[in-house]
Design a protein around this ligand. Structure first.
Ligand code: SF4
Length: 83
């Protein structure tokens, strides 16, 4: 399992700075590609610590098994970013 970033993300990059495994990308505004609307968590790097979710001011980050049904597709979207 991993944590997942959804469309409530405001791209403040607080979570990326918090993540001990650098699982969150892009890591900064300077690295962000034009056109993305939220950050992404690499499920192969995430260790499920939950720190990112606890500091996210917009409530955009969920444990994969706690994603609301209408946001379930963001799990695949996060994973695909790293493929
Ligand atoms: S749950 Fe922990 S390891 Fe996973 S993305 Fe968030 S801060 Fe990083």
């Amino acid at each position: 399992m991993a944590y997942v970033i959804t469309d409530a993300c405001i791209m403040d990059f607080l979570c990326a700075a918090e993540c001990a495994t650098a699982a969150i990308a892009p890591a900064s505004a300077a690295d962000a590609a034009v056109g993305i609307s939220h950050l992404f968590i690499n499920p192969d790097e995430c260790i499920d610590c939950g720190n990112c979710a606890s500091i996210c001011p917009s409530g955009a980050i969920f444990a994969e098994d706690e994603l609301p049904a209408e946001k379930a597709h963001f799990a695949a979207k996060n994973k695909a970013y790293f493929n």
